[in-house]
Design a protein around this ligand. Structure first.
Ligand SMILES: NC(=O)c1ccc[n+]([C@@H]2O[C@H](COP(=O)([O-])OP(=O)(O)OC[C@H]3O[C@@H](n4cnc5c(N)ncnc54)[C@H](OP(=O)(O)O)[C@@H]3O)[C@@H](O)[C@H]2O)c1
Length: 281
């Protein structure tokens, strides 16, 4: 049976590249969603009856339900869910505004959770499915002036770790995609910026903002290559799907460094850790 992919946030960036490549290949049914459906006109050239465009803000419960219902009614299954929608917030911890921080959590974490909850009953019934969660290297390590963005992606990693164990018996797998900096709209128009500034953090903020505007769409990561890799992993390596998929030189280098440092710290403190267990009285 033809597989069905459902992708959130396909107006630009990774989501759009995935949609374009899947639509061009024409091997799968594609449910491409976006907050503004007019942003999906680029798909009209692929007129092969295997594409469904839906309006979907991942913070909108009724739009989530409508997208999932339409997908199942039209194609009969949802085999791959790509939780891609998300954005950044360039602010240090103390400069972050609670309203903006919660708005980011609503999309990056709760939007992903609500989409997954809406799709899981279909996947459990099928006894198969793959959920691809767009995390980030910020889900593995910390980065200055992105504290709460780090937190959203660490939350995505945490919930995925538990969920993968819970749904494995139903033939459902998860893959966390952990890119470093890629040429999408993420660093530019998509990200929120701090509304208030604290002098002590000026240098960190200036570095972050300068880095962001200098590199907007000049990053080394190519979203086309990322989409090719993600599609290939899902279609051709489903049996040995990686749970962590770092993408980009900076992702693999800084991720390895972080994980090695964590391992070294664990090993250094192993005796101390073990000394906290005492026989129960
Ligand atoms: N680019 C990077 O360097 C990088 C690195 C690591 C991880 N990521 C992650 O990759 C994912 C995709 O981002 P991107 O890099 O492709 O950036 P992007 O070009 O800015 O794309 C983000 C997509 O998310 C959508 N979106 C935002 N809020 C939404 C909501 N409430 N409901 C539905 N869709 C929403 C945007 O839609 P609109 O057009 O309506 O705004 C857009 O389609 C994100 O989760 C991001 O955190 C990116």
């Amino acid at each position: 049976m033809t597989k069905t992919w459902l992708i959130t946030g396909t107006s630009t960036g990774f989501g759009r590249e995935l949609a374009v490549q899947l639509a061009t290949q024409g091997r799968v049914n594609l449910v491409a969603s976006a907050r503004k459906p007019a942003e999906l006109d680029y798909l009209d050239q692929y007129d092969h009856g295997q594409i469904l465009k839906t309006q979907l803000d991942v913070t909108n419960e009724s739009e989530i339900k409508a997208t999932v219902d339409q997908a199942v009614n039209k194609f009969g299954s949802i085999d791959v869910l790509v939780n891609n929608a998300g954005f950044g917030y360039f602010a240090t911890f103390e400069e972050s505004d609670e309203h903006q921080t919660r708005a980011m959590f609503d999309v990056n974490f709760w939007g992903l959770v609500d989409m997954t909850k809406a799709v899981l009953p279909t996947m459990r019934k099928q006894r198969s499915g793959i959920i691809v969660n767009l995390s980030s290297i910020a889900g593995i390590k910390g980065t200055t002036a992105l504290s709460f963005y780090n937190a959203t992606k660490h939350a995505v990693e945490g919930v995925s770790k538990g969920l993968q164990l819970e749904v494995a018996p139903f033939g459902i797998k998860l893959m966390l995609v952990e890119p470093s900096a890629f040429r999408t709209d993420w660093a530019g128009r998509s990200s929120l910026k701090a509304v208030s500034q604290i002098n002590d953090y000026q240098q960190l903020s200036d570095q972050r903002i300068a880095g962001r505007s200098d590199s907007d769409h000049g990053q080394s990561g190519d979203p086309k290559a990322a989409a090719e890799i993600i599609i290939d992993q899902v279609e051709n390596h489903g049996n040995e799907l990686p749970f962590h998929l770092p993408l980009g030189n900076a992702a693999i280098d800084s991720g390895e460094k972080e994980l090695k440092a964590t391992l070294a710290e664990y090993q250094k403190n192993a005796d101390l850790a073990r000394s906290a267990d005492r026989p129960a009285k």
